[in-house]
Write a protein that binds this ligand. Structure first.
Ligand code: GTP
Ligand code: SPV
Ligand code: MN
Length: 606
């Protein structure tokens, strides 16, 4: 059979050529296209998707270069229970991951991929995580049968010809993706092809190869394989081996009124405020925030001993609902053009709408499922995990150094999550080990970013529960070991924050968003040694009046609750942390067991 091959396939990389040929034989696509990453290619693919109903072009006057996609109702978020780490030994995946035997899994996947691209185009996507040519960058090649994936990867990564040229004969991480919906001759295509049966979706990692195989889903982290699969699950394995860190963290630069710049990296679980904090507009006068990344940080020890962070991504895949000119004006400005919206509502003018966008809905719209929607009909118009895909360079507060190959030096790590009770607004760790303890013990209510019930409290250590590609206890030990790899005084300070405390009526105790700058200011003062704190059994809390609340009205009782040590609540925490630690068996670092015992003792005498 002769196969039409288009695009930029000018490579002498024999391993790559052989892999593409092997996958082509297995998946039996109708055509092969090597992506060059050009604007013309992007426009052509978007146009093709418009012509068969996969994309709706938004009003070019209102949102030039923007498109709406609606996914299949079964395919709206990451599928954690279909995500596998196939290390040779189950113990290397650990109790927090789904493990499957690599040989058995490979055989099962080969069965699924056999003929899976019939009637479709196989796209070869060369992409770089990290600035091209940076010593930290990793090149991946994603093969996919989804043009939606191609155009999203084009925004989320550095993609196409320059990457293939830079790869030369070097090594790459193979990432194979199929939506799992072959087309028979004459069969019309679906607007969102996928495998609707959740139990036939597979998001699989072979960390020792390394390689990634993803089948059946076209959505987000399931399908844009550079993101969670490569830059977190596989990268976390490489990072441990090579002595660096791959973290689910935003990176921001905060400049004080005196002109001092602080770089902060923060790990919050999915849909817990990273994008918002990363580009926030401080309400405190004189302070500015610049964004370097909103989801992933690759961190290395620099020649001067400080920890340097690079954002491996090139775009934002952000939660749409809740994004407004009030909550996140810089995200709103970022998504005015050249953006893809998935599972939001469509207004009669051809613009987008979602819950809490900051303006009332029009009297009639098309909801995320393509149905007529009227206000008060009882259904959300946008899916709670509706997302925008937008180029990072379009963010009006992108930091000028965001593509610096060596990254930026981090002064503080923040951990956090959605905790309606117990956990204070901000808490500073006593030491590196205590900070690692706080990260390892992080908990959060689940959100719509993953399939399953939202609002259930679970431990999500370092916000990495769904993204750590190896044994969680060994990951904790890797964090602890950073203190042996550099001068302790150069390590970032560690803080735990919680924007999500609620009162008895279920209302937020803290206004959040731009007001979080008040907490960041105290953190900077702690770094400088000027911020006042009170040592408590759980950590250093802001001393009375140490938080700058000028110009804001805060009920004193609310503030008291936000900064109180809830001793009975923390005693329950300790027991829950203990139960979760027990799952790690002998992989739990003794230093963390010690931290837990110390906390228990401090609470007993509180
Ligand atoms: P992922 O992209 O899934 O990793 O999410 P994320 O961590 O980037 O979360 P994001 O910033 O998109 O916020 C998710 C939701 O939390 C949105 O609906 C926000 O409006 C809401 N949110 C963010 N920051 C705050 C805050 O400070 N307070 C409150 N109450 N809600 C917030
Ligand atoms: C997350 O769930 O943390 C995300 C969205 O950033 S996804 O890319 O789908 O993983
Ligand atoms: Mn995320």
């Amino acid at each position: 059979m002769t196969m039409t091959i288009t695009g930029y396939s000018n490579t002498t990389n024999q391993a790559l050529k052989a892999w593409v040929e092997e996958v082509t034989r297995m998946c039996q696509p109708a055509r092969v296209h090597w992506c060059d990453g050009s604007r013309a290619e992007h426009d052509r693919l978007c146009e093709e998707m418009v012509s068969h109903g996969a994309f709706t072009r938004l009003n070019p006057q209102l949102r030039p270069g923007c498109f709406l996609a609606r996914s299949h109702a079964s395919d709206v978020a990451r599928v954690e229970d279909r995500t596998f780490i196939c290390s040779k030994r189950p113990e290397d995946a650990g109790a927090t991951n789904n493990w499957a035997d690599p040989d058995e899994m490979r055989a099962r996947l080969k069965g699924l991929f056999q003929g899976s691209m019939r009637g479709r185009t196989l796209y070869v996507i060369p992409f770089s995580m990290g600035p091209l040519g940076s010593p930290v960058a990793k090149i991946g090649i994603e093969i996919t049968d989804s043009p939606y994936v191609v155009v999203n990867m084009g925004i989320m990564t550095r993609m196409g010809k320059p990457v293939l040229d830079a790869l030369d004969s070097g090594s790459f991480i193979p990432c194979l993706h199929s939506v799992g919906a072959p087309l028979e001759p004459g069969q019309p295509d679906d607007y969102w092809p996928c495998e609707p049966d959740k139990d036939k979706k597979y998001i699989v990692h072979f960390p020792e190869e390394p390689s990634i195989w993803s089948y059946g889903s076209g959505y987000g982290g399931n399908a844009l394989l550079g993101k969670k699969c490569l830059a977190l699950r596989i990268a976390s394995v490489l990072a441990r081996r090579e002595g660096w860190m791959a973290e689910h963290m935003l990176i921001l630069a905060l400049t004080s009124p005196k002109g001092k710049k602080y770089y902060i990296a923060a790990a919050f679980p999915s849909a817990c405020g990273k994008t918002n904090l990363a580009m926030m507009q401080p309400t405190l006068p004189g302070w500015t925030v610049r964004c370097l990344g909103d989801d992933i940080a690759w961190i290395r020890i620099g020649a001067d001993g400080h920890l340097y962070a690079v954002n491996p991504e090139y775009g934002f895949f952000g939660v749409a609902p809740g994004t407004s000119d009030k909550s996140n004006p810089h995200a709103m400005a970022t998504i005015t053009r050249n953006s893809i919206f998935t599972n939001v509502a469509l207004t009669p003018e051809g613009d987008v709408w979602w819950e809490d966008i900051g303006k009332p809905p029009p009297p009639q719209m098309i909801d995320w499922e393509g149905n007529e929607w009227t206000p008060g009909c009882g259904r959300p118009a946008a899916h709670p995990n509706a997302r925008f895909t937008a180029p990072a360079a379009q963010c009006p507060v992108i930091d000028p150094d965001w593509e610096k190959p060596e990254g930026v030096p981090i002064s503080a790590f923040l951990f956090g999550g959605r905790r309606p009770s117990t956990i204070p607004l901000v808490n500073e760790a006593f030491s590196w080990e205590h900070g690692v303890f706080l990260g390892s013990a992080a908990g959060s209510e689940t959100t719509s970013a993953a399939l399953g019930k939202a609002g259930v409290l679970r431990r999500d250590p370092f916000a990495m529960l769904p993204f750590c590609g190896y044994q969680m206890g060994d990951y904790f030990a890797h964090w602890i070991s950073m203190a042996q790899r550099t001068d302790r005084s150069k390590l970032p300070r560690i803080f735990f924050v919680n924007w999500f405390r609620k009162n008895k009526d279920g209302k937020w105790l803290w206004p959040g968003y731009g007001e979080n700058s008040r907490v960041l200011k105290w953190i900077c003062e702690r770094i400088d040694g000027s911020g006042r704190a009170t040592a408590t059994p759980i950590g250093n809390l802001p001393a009375p009046d140490a938080l700058d609340l000028s110009g804001m009205s805060m009920n004193p009782e609310d503030l008291r609750q936000l900064l109180a040590v809830d001793v009975p609540g923390w005693k329950n925490e300790v027991e829950d942390i203990d139960r979760n630690y027990a799952k790690l068996n002998h992989h739990l670092p003794p230093a963390l067991k010690q931290q837990l015992d110390d906390l228990r003792r401090r609470l007993e005498s509180a």
